[in-house]
Structure formats: C-alpha cells, structure tokens
Design a protein around this ligand. Structure first.
Ligand code: FAD
Length: 505
C-alpha cells in the first residue's frame, strides 16, 4: 500500500496500517523531515509561513474581498499543515456531521466518528466517557497560562449570558472556554510527532520516502498501478497494489486532475488528456474566513501570550448568543496581539488585543483547478469567498457581536479605544466594506474530493475513488461540508476511522 502525503491524515493512516506487520506501507512525502526549531515553538506559528516547507499557494483575486489575492500556506514537510497550524483542537458540533452521515452513512456521523476521536486523543484535564486518555495526540487544556485579557474577554461573554464551557470538545460547542491545543510540554505536537515517532518510523514494514513529489497516478483501466514521482528533477515510478491519497484539499484533486481524472473542459483548458470525466473533482471547495482586526489599544502594557496568541474561541448563535445548544453560526477569537489584515495599520505588539470573528458554516463554494499539465503549474484556487449574501450577512452579525463584547465593562481594565474598524464604521455598508478588506483565510480548505453515495461524488462512503478499484482518498478533501471549528481534529478522526475499517476489511 502506498500513502501519498505525510501530513495530518497520511501520518495517521501510515502509522495505523503499519501496526499490522504483514502490511507493507510506503509513505511518500514531497517535503522533508522538520529541522527548523521554530516549528516547535507555539508562539512562532505565524512566522513559519513562506519558509521553505510552505507550499505558499495563492488564490485568484476575490471580487467580494476587495479583489484581494489571499495567501494560502500549506505544510510541505513530514507532518504537513499540522507543522504550520495554530494548534487549536476542536472536534466540531455533533450536528456538523449530519450532512456527512447523509452522504455516506452512520459511520460518518459524530457517533460513528467518536471512536476515532477517542482513539487519537491523549486528554488528561478531566475524565469523560467521550474523551480519550491514551491516544498519541496530546490535547492540552490551558488554565494558569491563559492571558489576563483573555480572562476578561471570557468574563465579558459570561456576563452577557454566554455559556461557560470547560472546553469545546466535551459536549456542546456554543459558549466560551480557553482553547484546547495540540501542545506537549510547551511544544507544538504535529500529527507526525504524535503518530510517526522514531519507533514507528523504524518499523521494518514502513518505508518513508521524503523529498519525492507525486506528479500523477499511473492508470490501467479501472486500476492504478503506481505513481510517477519527481525527486531532484528526475521522474521515476513507484508501483503499488493500493494507493491512498492523503495530499490534502489542494493537492489531492490536483493529482487526480494531472492524472486525467476530472472535469473534461477543465482538463482540456489545462492541456491534460481526459481519461475519466469527473465533474466534481476540485469543486465544492469550502474554507473558513476570519475577519482580522477588531483591534483595541490597551490602557496598560499587555503581557505576551504564554500559549499561541489566540487563546480563546467563542462559538455563538448570532441570533441569540445565550443559546447553548446546536451548531453555532459564528465564532470569535481573542488574540493577545494586534492582528490586522495587510494594508490596515494597528498599534505595536504589547499595546493592543484583537477580537477576530468568523462564519462557521459558509455557503459560498469554490473550486481548485490546474493551470497546466505539470506539478510546476500553479493551481487556480478560487474559493469564491463571501459570494453569498448569507455569508456577508452572518459576517455583519459576527462583527457586531465582537464589538459588543469588546466594549463590555468586563474589559474596561484593558481596553482603551477601538482602533479597527473604528467608531466611524457603523452602517451595514461600512461593515461589509470592512469585512471585504479584512477577511483572511482561517486555513481550513476542505471538500474538493467530496465523499457521497451519489454518482457524482468523487469518493464513495468507503473513500474509494469512484470508478477506480484500488485508489482511496483520505484527507480534508473528502469532507462533504466543513465542520464548525478548525478541522484538523476531524481530519485525524476521518483517518482513524478509515484506517480501522481498512485494517479489518
Ligand atoms: P496536510 O496536513 O496539508 O497534508 C498533506 C501532505 O501531503 C503534506 O505533507 C504535503 O507536503 C503532501 N503532499 C502534497 N502534495 C504532494 C505530492 N504531490 N506528492 C507528495 N506529497 C504531497 N486546523 C486546526 O484544527 N487547528 C488550527 O489551529 C489550525 N490552524 C491552521 C493554521 C495554518 C497556518 C494552516 C496552514 C492550517 C491550519 N489548520 C488548523 C488546518 C489543518 O492544519 C489542516 O486542515 C490539516 O492539517 C489538513 O490535513 P491533511 O492531511 O488534509 O493535509
């Protein structure tokens, strides 16, 4: 079996499948092993973007975000995007997975995924039947380290009737709590750190091939016989009886399309011969946006974050922030730093905090397509950000809610003035304009090889590529819909669930 991509999903799949010593597993990764010490430092996560191990994708200009091009960092390294991510661990609300169950059956419902969540997790803050204690992936719930300004922000929420939660993964999601983080002993724990430690990488039946980029699949009829890979500019082939694409929501559909599997017109425009006309490959792209910059200057110096800056998410129902059940539609995040989009000026570090806001269930749908036949041709990434009035309207509510909390008396000790958007921004048109100028990716692209039971679905409920017997896709691309929260926990649960089913098949 050949696993393509040693990111979040690929690390889990290769680790779990190689537990069976009779299963020979090859794991191919375009990047190399991490060596930059900054990766492990939670405070440095925003500085990693643009370094050698970032694919550094860019979107096409987005008409509803003031025609801006958005940077899309993605990890090109063993550990994938979990080496760059912000470490927030959020499973999502159980209702988020109902569309998954409708698409693929009960195993993809929250209760179907729960054993995978539990198996993955090392959570020791308290005992709960829905939580795992002895899995590989540490989930750390901070307490004493939480910044005083974040405590005041959570107190403001509670004073407004928002539910106080122990954390976001033990029941309901709507409410306020410190962020749960993939941190062990003060250091980032990537999914590869957790699932591919040296003793796993030393297994005789697991071969990790780094710095090898898969160009395309080698197809014969309804089967793949292997992959074409490039190393140092040289192309070779690797044979396999079974191929599992774990290359992520950008790269998995691109590999399919470079192999001739995709929408016939799209492939023609990219100069690729179409072998299987599959219109949905690369479509259904979903991503969360965050509006950077409801920024407040502080009356006194703000001590630096002791975690990863963004210390508390608050999930809410915009129509009634006191509602504590059901899947929330907005999210706020308190950041112990000024966080403003490019082109907007904010006070220096240590003299401002920010309340970010976002929409948990965007209805805009985008697409990813190749611009040419080779891996060096930059992908066309068009998320169609804020294309629907639904998304723009919910963003207005989210920003208004952020400001209400930011101006609450519980923050009086810290807040001086609202710097961004600033008091002049009041009308809905003003809010729309600010959102358009300040919305940035929350880094959660998903859905580009959606799973479903219908004929157009890219993969079936077993995550098998429709029309091909021995190709599977297991990563963020198979999500039919994006969950409420950051999606890494769900990616790991998908991989755990698929690996367990595959091992017993
Ligand atoms: P990835 O982890 O991206 O793995 C794909 C792997 O495949 C990579 O290692 C890549 O190099 C490799 N690959 C790709 N193409 C090829 C090829 N052709 N040949 C060989 N190998 C290939 N999520 C959260 O839950 N919480 C957060 O706080 C959070 N913050 C984020 C912040 C940033 C800056 C980023 C970038 C992401 C963040 N995410 C967060 C999202 C989360 O990290 C991803 O959703 C998750 O890692 C996706 O897992 P994946 O396995 O689908 O893809």
């Amino acid at each position: 079996m050949l696993v393509v991509g040693a990111g979040s999903a690929g690390s889990v799949v290769a680790s779990r499948l190689s537990e069976d010593r009779s299963c020979q597993v090859g794991l191919i990764e375009a990047g190399v092993m991490p060596s930059d010490p900054d990766i492990a430092d939670p405070l440095k996560w925003t500085m990693l973007q643009g370094r050698a191990y970032d694919w550094a994708y860019r979107t096409v200009p987005q008409p509803f975000t003031a025609n801006r091009v958005h940077e899309w960092p993605r990890g090109k390294i063993v550990g994938g995007s979990s080496c760059l991510h912000a470490m927030a661990y959020v499973r999502g609300h159980p209702d988020d997975f109902e569309p998954w169950a409708a698409a693929g059956g009960e195993r993809w419902s929250f209760s179907g995924l729960l054993p995978g969540f539990v198996r993955s997790e090392a959570f020791t803050a308290f005992d709960a039947p829905s939580r795992g204690r002895s899995g590989p992936l540490d989930v750390y719930l901070p307490d004493a380290e939480v910044s005083p300004v974040v405590r005041a922000y959570m107190a403001a929420g509670r004073a407004m009737g928002i539910s106080a939660l122990t954390d976001h993964n033990s029941g309901e999601l709507a409410g306020t709590s410190p962020n749960s983080l993939n941190i062990r002993a003060g250091r980032r724990l990537s999914v590869a750190d957790a699932y591919l430690p040296p003793e796993v990488r030393a297994r005789p039946n697991l071969a990790l091939l780094t710095a090898h980029e898969v160009e395309h699949l080698l197809l014969e009829g309804q089967r793949a016989t292997g992959v074409a890979v490039v190393r140092d500019g040289e192309t070779t082939t690797v044979s396999a009886d079974r191929i599992v694409l774990c290359a992520g929501a950008v790269s998995s559909p691109l590999i399919l399309m470079r192999s001739g599997i995709g929408d016939a017109d799209t492939l023609k425009q990219a100069g690729i011969r179409c072998l299987a006309d599959r219109s949905d490959v690369g479509r259904n792209l979903q991503d969360h946006l965050l509006v950077l910059g409801n920024v407040y200057s502080t009356k006194k110096p703000l001590p630096p974050s002791r975690l990863q800056h963004s210390e508390s998410l608050m999930y809410l129902h915009g129509s009634d922030i006191t509602r504590s059940t059901g899947s929330p539609d907005i999210v706020l995040a308190c950041v112990v730093a000024p966080s403003a989009a490019d082109g907007l000026s904010a006070p220096p570090y240590g003299s401002a905090f920010t309340i970010l806001c976002g929409v948990t269930h965007p209805t805009s749908r985008g697409r990813i397509a190749p611009s040419g036949p080779g891996r060096a041709d930059a992908p066309i990434i068009d998320p169609h950000y804020l294309e629907t009035e639904h998304d723009r309207a919910v963003f207005r509510t989210a920003l208004k809610t952020a400001r209400t909390i930011g101006h609450h008396p519980a923050l009086d000790e810290w807040r001086d003035v609202e710097v961004l958007p600033g008091s002049a921004v009041r009308s809905d048109a003003d809010l729309d304009a600010f959102v358009a100028s300040a919305a940035s990716t929350h880094h959660h692209p998903a859905g580009t090889c959606r799973m479903g039971g219908d004929a157009d679905a890219v993969v079936d409920p077993d995550l098998r590529l429709n029309g091909f017997d021995n190709v599977f896709i297991v990563d963020a691309s198979v999500m039919p819909t994006i969950p409420s929260g950051p999606i890494n926990a769900a990616v790991v649960a998908i991989a755990e669930t698929w690996a367990t089913a595959s091992a017993s098949a």
